[in-house]
Design a protein around this ligand. Structure first.
Ligand SMILES: [Zn+2]
Length: 94
């Protein structure tokens, strides 16, 4: 797992097209919206690239952005740290 700390890094991950990006929008808080807001994407999802979607994440939007090299790494982290409090993006279907 790597924390994505710049928009340049976010663009590199999008352009490389490998792995998964998790938008930890509401972090560990559980609210009525947190499961829906804490979203796992494929790195290629347009919601990870502000050049393609004006609604895309940037490092300045709420919550940390995390990169996982593969789905098993992502799943392990999410089950340990955000169990029942995250969801998959329906657009990119990771
Ligand atoms: Zn997505």
């Amino acid at each position: 797992m790597q924390k994505i700390d710049s928009d340049q890094r976010l663009r590199e991950l999008y352009d490389t097209g490998q792995g998964y990006i998790y938008n930890d929008f509401e972090g560990g808080h559980q609210t009525a919206s947190s499961r829906e807001s804490n979203k796992l994407h494929r790195a290629t999802c347009e919601e990870c690239d502000p050049r393609r979607s004006k609604h895309a994440m940037t490092v300045n939007t709420q919550g940390q952005k995390l990169f996982f090299a593969n789905m098993s790494e992502a799943f392990k982290w999410l089950m340990t740290n955000r169990a029942g409090n995250w969801s998959k993006c329906l657009r990119c279907n990771p």
